[in-house]
Ligand binder design. Structure first.
Ligand code: NAD
Ligand code: UD1
Length: 338
């Protein structure tokens, strides 16, 4: 049996993707988790175990530590060689990346270099990378050929890694970059979701208001050129995003079996934009969300929405879940954590 290494597998997107991946192909592949716990905790492994009914191998390793990383590849070389990598591990706080760009380049870029180095040494040539919509300039219905224009060091690290992957792919192998828009929500059972220490993003903040831990939401600006003046984003249900990974990995598997070289990059979004007030109104159907308009947040843009057509045409993936479900699952999750 071959292995799939999932870096950052205890994080928000990684943990939920693992449960979906296990359901889809866990019978045929061994799933190995690697995480340094810098933005997650070990209890997530127990939650994954309770959902899938099997305890997966976990390595508490930092991808910046090449020696320890190689040990993991070496350990499975004879029995369950690592033939696929899903690379989620990264730091992702935009503000912190502005304060400390070196930390972000070190963790995200150097860490990925180490990982790709190990992959090369151990002849693992199938790589699925978590990129982001933040690689683009703002816009409506942005397609994959839009130029890179990151506005902060976090986004720059994603662009640098995408360039590295493109260069590497010319030597052969199979590489996919998935550019996520705004993942939100949680699993249906409320067991896995996002629980940041300090909520910066919209949904985690609304969740805290919903359960009374915070008094009100501060809406960052209402004079953008949008239907109600507040910022518009392409929110995608986390389960749709997890399913996109299953589809993308299956594409890599198919190409690997045929020994075809492959490199591509896809938007993972719904193609539909919602404003901050659209979200507040939808969420308020479940529980009233008090809000106050305040100044714009530095670095924010009016609108960023995906054109998801290429992903539909080439991968056959489309998001199935709408805003109502995103809000319901988000609220269900945060209530269950009280
Ligand atoms: P997360 O912080 O919940 O998960 C990332 C995981 O990686 C964490 O468990 C963390 O401990 C681990 N990690 C970080 N640095 C590491 C290192 N050096 N070595 C080993 N493990 C390390 O974040 P997430 O929301 O699940 O994001 C997953 C990926 O998706 C990231 O690459 C992120 O940049 C990308 N992404 C996220 C979003 C989003 O809105 N959540 C949007 C676009 C792209
Ligand atoms: C942010 C990051 C982006 C990253 C994404 C996911 C910035 C500038 N961008 O995107 O790079 O990929 O998170 O981690 O930080 N809002 C409020 N009040 C709040 C929080 C948010 O009004 O308390 C508004 C924002 O102004 C924006 C929308 O809600 O219009 C979404 O914000 P957020 O969830 O932080 O995501 P992005 O800004 O799209």
């Amino acid at each position: 049996m071959q292995s799939i290494l999932v870096t950052g597998g205890l994080g928000y997107i990684g943990s939920i993707t693992i449960t979906e991946l296990y359901k889809a192909i866990g019978k045929y592949y061994k799933i190995i988790i690697l995480d340094n716990l810098s933005n997650s905790n070990i209890q997530v492994l127990d939650t994954i175990t309770s959902i899938i009914g099997e305890k997966l191998d976990l390595y508490i390793v930092d991808i910046q530590n090449q020696t320890e990383l190689k040990e993991v590849f070496k350990k499975y070389k004879e029995t369950n060689p690592i033939n696929y990598i899903i690379h989620f591990a990264a730091l992702k706080a935009v503000g912190e990346s502005v304060e400390n760009p070196i930390k972000y380049y070190q963790n995200n870029v150097v860490g990925t270099l180490n990982l790709l180095n190990c992959a090369e040494e151990y002849k693992c040539q199938n790589f699925l990378f978590s990129s982001s919509a933040t690689v683009y300039a703002p816009g409506e219905f942005v397609d994959e050929e839009a130029p890179f224009k990151p506005s902060n060091p976090y986004g720059e690290t994603k662009v640098v890694i995408e360039y590295l992957i493109r260069s590497l792919s010319k030597k052969g192998g199979r590489y996919l970059c998935l550019r996520y828009f705004n993942p939100v929500g949680a699993t249906k059972d409320g067991k896995l979701g996002e629980m940041p220490n300090k909520p910066n993003n919209l949904f985690p903040y609304i969740e805290q208001v919903a359960i009374g831990n915070l008094q009100q939401l501060y809406v960052f600006g209402n004079d953008y050129n949008t239907h109600d003046g507040t910022g518009i984003r392409d929110y995608i249900h986390i389960l749709d995003l997890a399913e996109a990974h299953v589809v993308a990995l299956q594409e890599l598997i198919k190409r690997d079996e045929k020994k075809e070289n492959y490199y591509d990059y896809f938007n993972i979004g719904t193609g539909k934009g919602f404003s901050v007030l659209d979200i507040v109104n939808e969420y308020s159907k479940l529980v009233p969300i008090k809000y106050q308009i305040t100044d714009k947040r530095a670095g924010d843009v009016a609108i960023l929405v995906a054109n998801p057509n290429k992903t539909k045409e080439k991968l056959g993936w489309v998001a199935k879940r709408g805003l109502t479900e995103m809000c319901q699952d988000s609220y269900n999750f945060i209530k269950s954590k009280q």
